[in-house]
Design a protein around this ligand. Structure first.
Ligand code: GDP
Length: 539
């Protein structure tokens, strides 16, 4: 190619190689399904063994790490997610941690905007649970591939076929069992790999210890000596049912988010985790092209580009430290690089990029598509911002997700009004919380709208610490929010809606608040053509 120097060719080769070896994913699950346990086991297989315990020990560490946000220390939880990067064989894996439990927030959703694959983790006894469903919906919006791990097979659980049916009927996602369990609970004997017809036997180890994994062929007569006839026959019969149903493991369908490979195992006993990881890496999507103002941006595009998907504030209150997490989308990121900030058009030199492993940070020298870097953010970055080198590109923004907790934010001290307003605006711009307003102009106090309770506490805490304003929260009794797709004119056509409060968002778009799903469904029944959305259109 004329005009291309040797170094440019080298760089393109380097990026292509890096993209080839990278896989990035997030785990979506409900609290207690075993995400921490599975994460630890996955890390054991990577080059991150010594840190593996750190995942669980977070609470302990927090006590000794004095420079973490006071609120985090008080609650002993992690407010924002981090990224775990580790190598396995020839692959570099980025596991994006999605906070759950009490620390569930919009960040949990936003993290999925940076993921190329998702692992849906279910407890075999519980099947699909609320938080998993919500996170699944976000994955569905972007059609990202879903890999299902059905955990705790060493404990009594629901029928495997029922669990598959539930995925199919409730998520409209075709399940394809990669392995099939022999028995469950006390009688869990192992799994049969449907593709290789190899059986991996489970033998109970001490709690927390790794179970032995003995492998033999399904046709090996010795198998019948080791496993009860009726359990084996039932598993084979069920497998035949699945074969007869006819679906195929179609990788294109997996990548389109229409078919989910399903694995059965037990994270705690480390049974089935390695085969899962191997199959996952075989099937998972590599860093994908992303939608932007300039069309799809290929990871091999010349020149770095990436977008901010999460902001973490005040990890160190002494420095008012803020970190912007950037998902690298194309090209090679290098330390000290000067990039363009798409929203403002400014050039910025990125001098202290960080790579994160749990809470340990190291300065990164370089990063590639699929990676996440942390940038110091003295207030210039917002959620969804694009950074790039070369021709201008601006990635599609990250939507506002449907809040479920609403509270008036009162400022009892009128003399602090200016700071109050400034703080509220800045925290909204940063994406810490969504802000809604009453349509009645005389009620000027903002309504905080959040996905998790913690978001409200963080806002109050930061208003006090960073803006010197003490505030009071006054909960509103609503739980469901929907944006009116057609705007104010469509809303007028519907006329009066009962059991519903109309508010406006920061862009003056109408939002309806309902006490519960039931009231929302009532409206849908009465006005089937009235279009509502549970995410706000990107501004
Ligand atoms: P998280 O809330 O999703 O991170 O769940 P944890 O990983 O903390 O696990 C919740 C509980 O389930 C813990 O007590 C784990 O020891 C237990 N657990 C996780 N995986 C398994 C499993 O495969 N079998 C059994 N019996 N218990 C498990």
């Amino acid at each position: 190619m004329s005009g291309t120097t040797a170094t440019e060719t080298d760089l393109a080769g380097l990026v292509a190689q890096a993209v080839d070896r990278r896989r990035n994913f997030a785990i979506i699950s409900h609290p207690d399904a075993g995400k921490t346990t599975l994460t630890e086991k996955l890390l054991l297989y990577g080059g991150a063994i010594q840190q593996a315990g750190a995942v669980k020990a977070r609470g302990e560490q927090r006590k000794v790490t004095s420079d973490w946000m006071e609120l985090e220390k008080q609650r002993g939880i992690s407010i924002t997610s981090t990224v775990l990067q580790f190598d396995y064989d020839t692959t570099t894996i980025n596991l994006l941690d999605t906070p759950g439990h009490q620390d569930f927030s919009e960040d949990t959703y936003r993290t999925l905007a940076a993921a190329d694959n998702a692992v849906m983790l279910e407890d075999a006894a519980k099947g699909l649970e609320p938080q998993t469903r919500k996170l699944f919906e976000v994955c569905r919006m972007r059609n990202i591939p879903i890999f299902t791990f059905i955990n705790k097979m060493d404990r009594p659980g629901r029928e495997p076929l029922t669990l598959l049916d539930e995925i199919e009927s409730e998520l409209e996602l075709t399940p394809w069992a990669v392995n099939w369990p022999i028995g469950s609970g006390e009688q869990f004997r192992g799994v049969i790999d449907r593709r290789s017809r190899e059986v991996v036997l489970f033998s109970r180890a001490e709690r927390g210890k790794q179970a032995a994994e003995q492998k033999l062929s399904l046709d090996d007569p010795a198998l019948r000596e080791l496993v009860e006839e009726e359990l084996l026959d039932l598993a084979i019969e069920e497998m035949e049912l699945l074969d007869a149903a006819g679906a195929e493991l179609d990788i294109e369908m997996v990548h389109a988010g229409e078919l989910t490979p399903v694995f059965f195992g037990s994270a705690m006993t480390n049974f089935g985790v390695r085969p899962f990881l191997d199959a996952f890496l075989e099937m998972a999507q590599r860093p994908i092209a992303r939608s932007s103002s300039e069309g799809l941006i290929d990871p091999l595009r010349e020149g770095f580009s990436g977008f901010v998907f999460k902001l973490q504030a005040n990890m160190d209150p002494r420095h008012r430290d803020r970190v912007a997490f950037v998902r690298v989308c194309s090209g090679r990121f290098e330390k000290d690089m000067t990039v363009k900030h798409a929203r403002t058009g400014k050039a910025i030199r990125l001098s202290r990029p960080q790579k994160l492993f749990g809470q340990d940070r190291a300065v990164v020298e370089d990063a590639y598509p699929g990676d996440v870097i942390g940038l110091n953010n003295p207030g210039m970055f917002s959620i969804g911002d694009t950074l790039y080198v070369g021709p201008k590109v601006e990635f599609e923004g990250i939507p506002c997700f449907s809040p479920e907790i609403f509270s008036w934010l009162r400022n009892p001290n009128p003399s602090a009004f200016k700071n109050f307003r400034k703080g509220v605006n800045e925290l909204r711009e940063e994406g810490a919380v969504q802000i809604l307003y009453d349509t009645d102009e005389s009620k000027r106090d903002p309504i905080l709208a959040a996905v998790g309770q913690l978001q409200l506490e963080v806002v109050q805490h930061r208003l006090e610490n960073e803006y010197g304003v003490e505030t009071r929260l006054e909960p509103l009794g609503f739980q469901v929010a929907r944006w009116v797709a057609g705007g104010w004119s469509e809303l007028e056509k519907v006329g009066r809606i009962f059991n519903c409060k109309t508010v406006r968002d920061a862009w003056n778009r109408p939002v309806l608040l309902f006490k519960n799903e039931w009231n929302l469904n009532q409206l849908k029944e009465d006005h089937p053509d009235f279009e509502l959305s549970n995410v706000a259109p990107v501004v």
